[in-house]
Design a protein around this ligand. Structure first.
Ligand SMILES: NC(=O)c1ccc[n+]([C@@H]2O[C@H](COP(=O)([O-])OP(=O)(O)OC[C@H]3O[C@@H](n4cnc5c(N)ncnc54)[C@H](O)[C@@H]3O)[C@@H](O)[C@H]2O)c1
Ligand SMILES: O=c1ccn([C@@H]2O[C@H](COP(=O)(O)OP(=O)(O)O[C@H]3O[C@H](CO)[C@@H](O)[C@H](O)[C@H]3O)[C@@H](O)[C@H]2O)c(=O)[nH]1
Length: 449
């Protein structure tokens, strides 16, 4: 998909070049728009300007080169330059969980508007893409107009983003839908011009108010998290009844009213989005006096945390009841395959719990070791899966990278200290591993007789 640039095409800026912003800036430039991207992190901007994507996202380095070669993508750290350049400014900064509550930390988004507003001398649209609690955009709209020299000629819109890490390009160029939260016809038209190639390609669009646009995003993530915790709650029941949750999930999935996506039982969800978004939703709903409506999300979160503790228990069982001094090989650190993101990664949480219980934990991940080493310096890291497994008394598969699915249990069996495996993502073939002499345990399946 590409467009021939026209004189009417809005010039775009992207503020915050993390997983979301860098992808958005690169893809919009490839689609044919002039894009100027800004981050306060100078090292990130230098890397991107030099053609280096500072995180792992399949296909993005090639797309960055293409965008830079087109001459349509530039990078800066100068907010005045951004203000002067853009007709549409996308805000893509982080909204992590606050350290002392379930709520979202909006300081990055607020700081962007505070720094940008004084330089807004001509009509433009500021478009939030970050995930924020409902009511944020309406509040910021007034603050933005009051602080901008051009006053009501600047408007705020909200265009939540639904991309998945690991599939970020596909999801940006072929999104399931576009949601435009706007307060005026002018904003709607400008957003339509901004996403013209996607609209022409038939991407469904929902044009709505600011509050609905904000809510669509957190509702979508809440639904996905609920689906995962539902199947993991069934896994708990399977563990006590001797039933098999993988077979259960397969049977449910044949009903297309239920569907099989996001119904993979295992260690549960992590990452920079699902966990903090459901917590921020609970927090915001309680602030608004409608906490009861989403109180089920507390249970969704609790089920998810229990899967992590259950995994630690299974490793302990495999180790003979005591983790002290036991060498454990942990396969996986990223919160999911095809990503180097370790934010709230279930694998690292389990590894840290094992370490705290006295185990000697050695972790391998194909992409996330650098991030994992920074966040979990207490753990030991290896350069290959085999190296991590050297002498291990238990192997725990915690992130389902393809290369782990394909491990030959006979080869691994030659280097470990004991043949005991915990398959926390339900991806290994139990029969094959048992035939190769392994004691196999998985989440959601009772131990074999
Ligand atoms: N990661 C995803 O897959 C994804 C998908 C959809 C929505 N989101 C949402 O998008 C937002 C961004 O997520 P992310 O994962 O890209 O976060 P991130 O932490 O990777 O990126 C945020 C970037 O913003 C920069 N930044 C912070 N304050 C700034 C400021 N004042 N001026 C300029 N730059 C600043 C940071 O340096 C960082 O590079 C969050 O609200 C998230 O919930 C993320
Ligand atoms: O059946 C499943 C599916 C996923 N997961 C786990 O759930 C987490 C989240 O996975 P996924 O949703 O694929 O990753 P994200 O990149 O965090 O994407 C989510 O969060 C983004 C940020 O808000 C949204 O844009 C996306 O639409 C939404 O899927 C990961 O830890 C997965 O291992 C499961 O345990 N079982």
């Amino acid at each position: 998909m590409s467009v021939t640039p026209t004189i009417d095409q809005p010039r775009l800026t992207v503020i915050g070049t993390g997983y979301l912003g860098a992808t958005h800036a690169i893809c919009m430039a490839v689609l044919g728009y002039e894009v100027l991207a800004l981050d306060r992190d100078h090292a990130k901007i230098e890397a991107l300007a030099a053609g280096v994507v500072p995180f792992h996202e399949p296909g993005l380095p090639e797309m960055l080169r293409k965008a830079l070669d087109s001459g349509r993508l530039r990078f800066t750290t100068d907010v005045a330059e951004v203000a002067a350049f853009g007709d549409v400014h996308f805000v893509c900064t982080g909204t992590p969980q606050l350290p002392d509550s379930l709520g979202a930390d909006l300081s990055q988004v607020e700081e962007v508007l505070r720094s940008l507003a004084p330089y807004l001398f001509r009509p433009c649209l500021v478009v939030g893409k970050s995930t924020v609690p409902v009511g944020t955009a309406a509040r910021l709209h007034g603050i933005l107009q009051a602080a901008a020299p051009c006053g009501s000629d600047v408007e705020l819109a909200w265009n939540p983003e639904f991309l998945r890490e690991g599939h970020a390009i596909e999801d940006t160029l072929h999104p399931s839908r576009l949601v435009f939260g706007v307060v005026s016809e002018r904003a709607r038209r400008l957003l339509e011009d901004t996403f013209r190639p996607l609209l022409d390609a038939g991407v469904p669009t929902v044009v709505t108010d600011l509050a609905t646009a904000e809510l669509v995003k957190v509702a979508a993530n809440s639904f996905l998290a609920t689906k995962i915790s539902f199947i993991n709650a069934m896994a708990e029941v399977c563990e006590t009844t001797g039933a098999d949750v993988s077979d259960l999930a397969s049977a449910l999935a044949y009903d297309d009213r239920i569907g099989g996506r996001f119904l993979k039982p295992g260690l549960g969800f992590g990452g920079g989005c699902l966990p903090k978004d459901i917590r921020a939703f609970i927090h915001r709903a309680e602030e608004l006096g409608t906490g009861q409506s989403v109180s089920f999300l507390r249970e969704v979160d609790a089920i998810n945390q229990r899967r992590r503790r259950r995994t630690v228990d299974l490793v302990r069982e495999q180790a003979g009841g005591d983790l002290r001094g036991v060498r454990v090989c942990v396969l996986g650190a990223a919160f999911k395959p095809h990503s180097d993101d370790t934010r709230d990664a279930p694998a690292l949480d389990v590894a840290a719990q094992l370490h705290a219980a006295g185990a000697h934990v050695v972790v391998f991940d194909p992409q996330a070791i650098e991030n994992a080493r920074r966040s979990h310096p207490q753990l030991e890291f290896a350069g290959t899966a085999l190296e991590a497994a050297e002498g291990a008394q238990v192997v725990a598969l915690l992130t389902e990278w393809d290369q782990f699915r394909g491990i030959d249990p006979r080869v691994l069996g030659r280097v470990v200290g004991a043949r005991a495996v915990v398959d926390a993502r339900n991806v290994l073939d139990a029969g094959t591993w048992r035939d190769a002499g392994w004691r196999y345990r998985a989440l959601g399946r009772a131990a074999a007789a």
